[in-house]
Write a protein that binds this ligand. Structure first.
Ligand code: WT7
Length: 653
């Protein structure tokens, strides 16, 4: 937030910026205000190549199931590949892949198109049709991007599952999506370790419920020995090697589902967020262009995994739609040492760097104790724009990022958005918006972000409230796969006047109107920029029926990961202590890792004879959040049925 103590940092003076100066920003906002539909239609004509031009923009007739550019047809992979080759950019490097061990592979647009076509043909040869769902469970790789593009080319709807999810989570997603194919790798390489992927797919299928899967396509990454079921397993290289280099794109309607991506909500089951083809690609491309001020010679690096929406919009789709050169990184920021990011920026002359606050915070720690991994030990002069995503960036991390990574000269775009929004909603534009550390500043032009109370009434600047988007925008979630009622209830609650409910609290600065996100208002946690539902973790814990009677999960602030998962558990047996408690806590952590994935492992597990409940039997989560933080909670427990458990629950294991 801005006040007298935190002055605005002037916007960078970028001569040829796409949006140069606040007047240019204001002008675009004014255009969108004056004729919202015309503003978006113009963007869609400018940025995308349509097979059949659309004749209208927004269709609100089925609200909140909004449609955009519905009678237009296009192909997403055509927009990301062919059109650049047709314009003579076939030799331009599209992807610079750096493997875990440092080996570098470059792919130009012509080759990327050919590889996409070969795989697209292979998918068709295995009977994958337009509208079929394909689950992609892959490491960061050229093949992962090719797999997504190949699905887009034939109109198959992909659902990428992050390689850190467990067999159980993968099974649930395969089943919910009704996938006909899974594309995976034998193993993934991260930080020098070989981690299984195919074996997890085998386990997922063995759990049952995946009968829809006819084929499992396996990319050979490490050559490790893997179990092989010749009735369904196929090597990707064998399937693609004799396929032709060209494949006529499947022209789809703008509303055709490009992908479904599962994310956590406030209830147990993950939601399959369904995105469109036209509106989604438009905003992925437009935000890549304006938020990062992408220019033809830039080397763009988004460090996210393709298993998250950030990797969809800012690796696979946005940069490629604009014909950019980008980095794909297989490994982790700390291998072989915590200077890896800085070394890669130096080696590849990266000019735009987009990462998460958690990564910054953990690299600050390493840099401060070891000069050789400090950013100042590297030549980072190629950088011109920095980005942050996934969670609030605290001012101290912002300052360090700005000074030590950006050399004090690179604007930081703190981009607020969500899986559901498809692209940036609130963010600075680097050549226009003056910056304030810790604020995501102003809405992207054409995005009607606002702060309201529980009745949907506008709140004045300076007063915190509920973040909503008042008007539908092109890249918004279309529905929850297979659950339209949940879509309506989750995002368009009756009391909010038809506004999109983001699920975050926010406040606007009284003077500048700048937004600061104050955190989720539902039971969703943000751990290292990964979204986790507390209910999901609770269900995982209580599914350990041998040990657990009851569980409640809350978040507590963590210096590095933003939030940490804290679980309060009542066991079936007596409350353990000492070594026994530590052992059971570890058993439960591994149980959660098996049920959901290692990212969901609770950092703290605390045992009590009971959970703090009101006299009507409701678990007092607010109180648990205070206990988790280590706050003194002896006041404010008048309604508590069993105050004695608080002392037990204050102890960490
Ligand atoms: C939630 C969405 C956005 C892609 C990656 C995460 C939080 C995201 C910011 C930011 C403060 C942020 C919000 C949001 N969030 N970006 N710049 N400042 N909070 O996508 O997994 O769908 O999570 O991440 O709480 O609702 P996601």
């Amino acid at each position: 937030m801005n006040d007298a103590k935190t002055p605005l940092i002037a916007a960078a003076d970028i001569e040829n910026a796409h949006v140069r100066g606040m007047s240019a920003y204001d002008q675009r906002v004014a255009e969108a205000d004056a004729d919202y539909d015309a503003y978006w239609c113009e963007r869609a004509r400018e940025l995308l190549s349509w097979r059949t031009p659309f004749t209208r923009g927004l269709d609100e007739s089925q609200a909140p199931f909004f449609k955009w550019f519905e009678d237009g047809t296009l192909n997403v992979s055509y927009n990301c590949l062919d059109r650049h080759v047709e314009k003579g950019l076939g030799d331009k490097t599209a992807l610079i892949f750096e493997a875990d061990d440092g080996q570098v592979t470059r792919v130009n647009y012509r080759e990327l198109l050919a590889r996409t076509c070969r795989l697209a043909n292979a998918l068709k040869a295995r009977g994958v049709h337009k509208g079929d769902r394909v689950v992609i469970y892959m490491s960061m790789s050229i093949e992962g991007v090719v797999a997504m593009q190949a699905c887009a080319r034939i109109g198959a709807t992909h659902s990428v599952v992050f390689g850190g999810f467990s067999a159980q989570s993968l099974r649930d997603r395969i089943q919910d999506a009704g996938a006909v194919m899974v594309i995976t790798a034998d193993e993934q390489l991260r930080g020098g370790k070989q981690l299984p992927l195919k074996a997890i797919v085998d386990d997922a299928i063995a759990l049952g419920g995946c009968e829809s899967v006819a084929n499992v396509l396996v990319y050979q990454r490490t050559g490790a020995a893997i179990h092989w079921d010749s009735t369904r397993d196929r090597w990707l290289h064998a399937e693609t090697q004799n396929q032709p280099d060209s494949c006529e794109p499947e022209w789809v309607g703008a509303e055709h589902p490009l992908f479904v991506l599962y994310t956590s909500g406030s209830t147990g089951k993950p939601k399959g967020v369904q995105h469109s083809s036209g509106g989604y690609l438009l905003h992925a491309a437009l935000t890549t262009q304006w938020t990062f001020d992408l220019q033809p010679d830039d080397v763009f690096w988004c460090t996210a995994d393709i298993g998250w929406v950030t990797g969809h919009s800012y690796i696979t789709y946005g940069p490629l739609a604009l014909g950019a050169t980008e980095i794909i990184f297989e490994g982790v920021p700390t291998f072989p040492d915590a200077g890896r990011f800085w070394k890669m920026i130096e080696d590849h002359r990266v000019s735009i760097f987009y990462t998460a606050p958690t990564a910054i915070r953990s690299l600050i720690k390493s840099a401060e104790s070891n000069e050789s991994v400090h950013p100042r030990s590297y030549d980072l002069s190629s950088l011109r724009i920095l980005g942050s995503v996934g969670e609030p960036i605290n001012p101290a991390a912002w300052e360090w990022y700005h000074q030590h990574v950006g050399g004090g000269r690179c604007p930081i775009v703190d981009t607020f958005w969500q899986t559901e929004t498809g692209g940036h909603m609130i963010t600075p534009l680097p050549g226009a918006t003056p910056l304030v550390p810790g604020s995501c500043t102003l809405a992207f032009p054409g995005i009607a972000a606002a702060i309201v109370d529980e009745t949907g009434a506008d709140l004045p600047n300076g007063q915190g409230g509920i973040l909503v988007i008042k008007k539908p925008w092109p890249s918004m979630i279309r529905t929850i796969w297979g659950d339209p009622e949940r879509f309506k209830a989750s995002y368009f609650p009756a009391e909010l006047k038809g506004y999109y409910l983001a699920g975050d609290g926010a406040i606007r600065d009284a003077q500048t109107g700048y937004f600061t996100i104050t955190g989720r208002i539902d039971d969703v946690l943000n751990v290292s920029g990964h979204r986790m539902g507390t209910m999901e973790i609770e269900s995982a814990l209580v599914s350990c029926t041998e040990l657990v009677a009851e569980a409640a999960v809350v978040g507590r602030p963590d210096e590095t990961t933003g939030e940490a998962i804290c679980a309060f558990v009542v066991l079936k047996g007596p409350r353990p202590s000492g070594e026994e408690a530590r052992q059971i806590a570890n058993t439960l952590r591994n149980w959660v890792a098996k049920e959901i994935g290692p990212i969901a492992k609770p950092k703290d597990i605390r045992f009590g004879d009971n959970l703090p409940k009101t006299r009507s039997g409701k678990i007092m989560r607010r109180l648990l959040r205070s206990v988790a933080k280590g706050e003194d909670v002896t006041q404010d427990i008048s309604t508590l049925e069993n105050p004695a458990v608080l002392a037990q629950l204050a102890q960490s294991n």
